[in-house]
Structures are given as structure tokens and as C-alpha cells.
Design a protein around this ligand. Structure first.
Ligand code: AMP
Ligand code: MG
Length: 421
């Protein structure tokens, strides 16, 4: 039996970072940047005003107070998007709106609030231009001015290769005018359920039958991890049916199957792997999810890694979490696949009779600066609803036969924030 780390190492040895693709900017959200992004020009491109108000020379406002205002003739108005023709003459002001470039010669902006136009009038709507403005408070050079290049300097390396693109990166790329961006492509992950008892959604259940939920939970996990699921459907528990379905997934970057790897029907997936591909290993010292098949199939464009999850719904989800999610992250060029962990005080008893590594579904919460983990309830690997409740997996090490309330464990956080309602 392999340890979780050995199994993961082996799997990661078979998957590689995928090729790059040029994508429309918004579609690249959540993908990894394939080359450094350098600024061709400064942002903002010109010095401009951070406030609506009056562009002035700071010296012309020296000593201005409410009782003793400085009155300056207004030489013109400037909206964002326009550029002031000419220079600001000493002793004058230009009415200016946020984002408009500073007129030459101006070095500060007096906000409307500090003038006799306290609320500002709607720009351009008054018939008579303002002839002069009373300044009630002095400004210093640079006040309310945003300087060219303050956000991004021309030529700077703004986003390094390997960055996972979030909304802020998409915004920065847009500010730089990039309509498209080169990223590592998302893997296509084929998902196949096996089992004679399985019925597709929308069909009534006969005696002994169940709906195929693994296709959906696993495909949803593929999506959550950044991959593109390719749903292959259900294969019956026989070599021919399974072989035919598997072949439909060989154009994918990875193949995930569920069930058919435990003792009862293990031969089916094994036989197909042996006939069409290669088996790398079979069992992992973990609970749930001990039977795990890994191998490769000869695909259209090289070998397609295949992970065979056990059929129990919780086992397949946790096996996905431990093995498929890191593999998808690696293919996408993402490096930080490890979940954040916390030391938690356990509130329930957990027995570890056969000394495997237990991943117990738990709810972790904070009280008075300490973190506590309580189990979600019965830990059967068929209790899929436990996965809805859990925000963490509390990890019982292989060499710990029993965990008692009050003991400490490490918990792997599946979700960090309470974003779910
Ligand atoms: P197996 O790994 O084939 O021994 O299956 C273990 C358990 O998981 C059995 O109770 C199966 O009915 C169940 N199971 C297998 N595949 C699925 C699936 N796609 N959806 C829901 N349950 C499944
Ligand atoms: Mg089965």
C-alpha cells in the first residue's frame, strides 16, 4: 500500500504543464499567465487631477482662509478626456474634473469643497461660465494630483509569468490595453462512471438501481479546480462496455473513472487498463478511498493519465481532492494547490483501527482564538451529504490509533470563508 504522498508523487510524475493559448482577456480569468507582462506606457499616462475642483499654482493660494479667501479668475474648464490648450497663467485657475490632465503650469488642485462653489455645478450645464473662484483653503504643490506612472511605470514588469489571473490582473491588463493574453490552457478531463446499478438522471429507478451522482460531483470538482469536464456517461461493469467508453475519452488530457476498483468488481477497470494501457498502482493507505487505480492509456496525442476512484460518493470526492485536483493544477501551471491547514482541537472521538490516514469530514469553527473541529456526523463513505456540511478534512495520521475529544489534529480547509449563504 502506498502513502498518500507516494501516490500523489507518482501521479504528478505523469502529468505535465499544458501548452499556452492566446485568450480574450475576460476568458483568461482563473488561468495562469504564460509570459511576463511589461507596460508599454505609463499609467496614468499624464499627470491628472484626483478631485473635481480648480487647477492652480499652489503659491497663488498661500494664506487663503474662509475669512480671507483668494479670488482667482477662471481661465477655462476641462473635462476628463480633454487636454488644456496652453499654459495656466500665474494668478488664474482652470475648472477641472477628476481624471482630466493637469494644465501645463498648474501644480495643485483645490477641491470644490474649499471654494465658493462647494457642491460643484453639473459640468457644462450652466449657461454662464464661472468667471472667478474664491479659494478658502491653501493647497500645497502636488495636492490632489495623480502623477503619470504613479500606478504603473513605463517599461515595468507588471505581472510576472506564472501568475494566476484574478479580477485585479484582468483590470490591470485592460488598463494596459491588452485585449488578449497568453495563458496556459485548461485541461480537458474526461469523467466516466462505471456500474451496472447506475441510472442516468431523468430516468426512473428500478429495484436495486441508483442515480449516477459521481459523474456530477466529479465533473463539478473538475470545474471548480479549473478544468473542463468531458462527461462520458455510464459504462456497464464489463470489459467491452468500459473499453468503448474509455476510448471516447482518449482525446482528453486526463481520464477520471469511478467505481470498479474495489475487490468485488475491480477486475473490470484493471482488465481494461491492462489491455489498453498500463497500471501504475492500486491501493493507498487512506480512508476513505483505499482502492485507487492509476494508470495511463495510449491516447490520440500521447499517454492519457487515468485515475480510477472508488465508487462510493465520498471516496471519489476525497480522492479527487487529494490526487486529481493537484494534477489539474499542475497541468494549468498553478503551483499553490495545497489547501491551507490549521491546528484544530477535535471535539469527537475518531477510531483508526487499521492505521490508515483518515480524512474526517469536519466543520471547523473559531472560538476565542482557537479552532475546533466537530465531525459532520456519520462518516460512512456513502454519506454524500456530509460533504455539503464539511468545510474541512481533519487528518488523523496513520500511526494514531485513536483521537479523543480535546486532542489536536491538522485540518485541511476545503473552504475558507462562509460564502455559502
Ligand atoms: P464500487 O466501487 O463499484 O464497489 O462501488 C462502491 C459503492 O459506490 C456502491 O454502493 C456503488 O453503488 C456506489 N457507486 C458507484 N458508482 C457510483 C456513482 N456513479 N454514483 C453514485 N454511487 C455510485
Ligand atoms: Mg461497482
Amino acid at each position: 500500500m502506498l502513502s498518500v504522498e507516494e501516490a500523489l508523487d507518482k501521479i504528478l510524475g505523469y502529468v505535465h504543464v499544458l501548452e499556452t493559448e492566446e485568450k480574450p482577456l475576460l476568458d483568461a480569468l482563473g488561468q495562469v499567465l504564460a509570459q511576463d507582462v511589461t507596460a508599454e506606457f505609463a499609467i496614468p499616462p499624464l499627470d491628472n487631477t484626483a478631485m473635481d475642483g480648480y487647477a492652480v499654482r499652489a503659491v497663488d493660494t498661500e494664506g487663503a482662509t474662509l475669512q480671507n479667501p483668494k479670488r482667482l479668475p477662471v481661465a477655462g474648464e476641462l473635462a476628463a478626456g480633454a487636454v488644456y490648450e496652453g499654459e495656466l497663467q500665474p494668478g488664474t485657475a482652470v475648472r477641472i474634473m477628476t481624471g482630466a490632465p493637469m494644465p501645463g503650469g498648474a501644480d495643485a488642485v483645490v477641491p470644490f469643497e474649499d471654494t465658493d462653489e462647494p457642491s460643484g455645478r453639473e459640468f457644462g450645464t450652466f449657461a454662464k461660465p464661472v468667471e472667478s473662484v474664491a479659494v478658502y483653503r491653501s493647497v500645497k504643490k502636488g495636492d490632489n494630483v495623480r502623477y503619470a506612472g504613479e500606478d504603473i511605470a513605463a517599461g515595468a514588469r507588471v505581472i510576472p509569468k506564472g501568475t494566476l489571473l484574478r479580477a485585479s490582473h484582468v483590470g490591470a491588463l485592460a488598463a494596459m490595453g491588452s485585449a488578449t493574453v497568453r495563458v496556459i490552457r485548461r485541461p480537458v478531463v474526461a469523467v466516466l462512471s462505471t456500474g451496472d446499478e447506475l441510472v442516468p438522471l431523468g430516468q426512473p429507478l428500478g429495484p436495486g438501481q441508483i442515480h449516477d451522482s459521481n459523474t456530477y460531483s466529479v465533473s463539478a470538482l473538475v470545474k471548480e479546480s479549473g478544468g473542463i469536464p468531458k462527461v462520458l456517461g455510464i459504462a456497464a461493469d464489463n470489459v467491452d462496455a468500459l473499453t468503448a467508453k474509455v476510448r471516447g475519452g482518449l482525446d482528453a488530457d486526463m481520464l477520471l473513472t469511478s467505481a470498479g476498483v474495489s475487490r468485488g468488481d475491480y477486475d473490470v477497470v484493471k482488465d481494461v487498463l491492462a489491455r489498453e494501457g498500463e497500471i501504475a498502482f492500486w491501493t493507498v493507505r487512506m480512508k476513505p478511498g483505499k482502492p485507487l487505480a492509476f494508470g495511463t492509456f495510449a491516447g490520440d496525442a500521447g499517454r492519457v493519465p487515468h485515475i480510477g476512484f472508488p465508487g462510493n460518493p465520498v471516496s471519489s470526492m476525497i480522492s479527487f481532492e487529494l490526487f486529481a485536483r493537484p494534477a489539474i493544477f499542475k497541468m494549468m501551471g498553478k503551483t499553490g494547490w495545497q489547501r491551507p491547514t490549521l491546528r484544530v482541537v477535535v471535539e469527537d472521538r475518531i477510531a483508526n483501527r487499521d492505521r490508515r490516514r483518515i480524512f474526517a469530514r469536519a466543520v471547523v469553527s473559531e472560538r476565542d482564538g482557537r479552532y475546533y473541529a466537530s465531525l459532520t456526523g456519520p462518516q460512512g463513505s456513502g454519506v454524500l451529504t456530509s460533504m455539503m456540511i464539511a468545510n474541512a478534512l481533519a487528518i488523523v495520521p496513520e500511526d494514531v490509533p485513536e483521537v479523543r475529544p480535546g486532542d489536536e489534529l491538522t485540518a485541511m480547509m476545503l473552504r475558507w470563508s462562509r460564502e455559502d449563504g
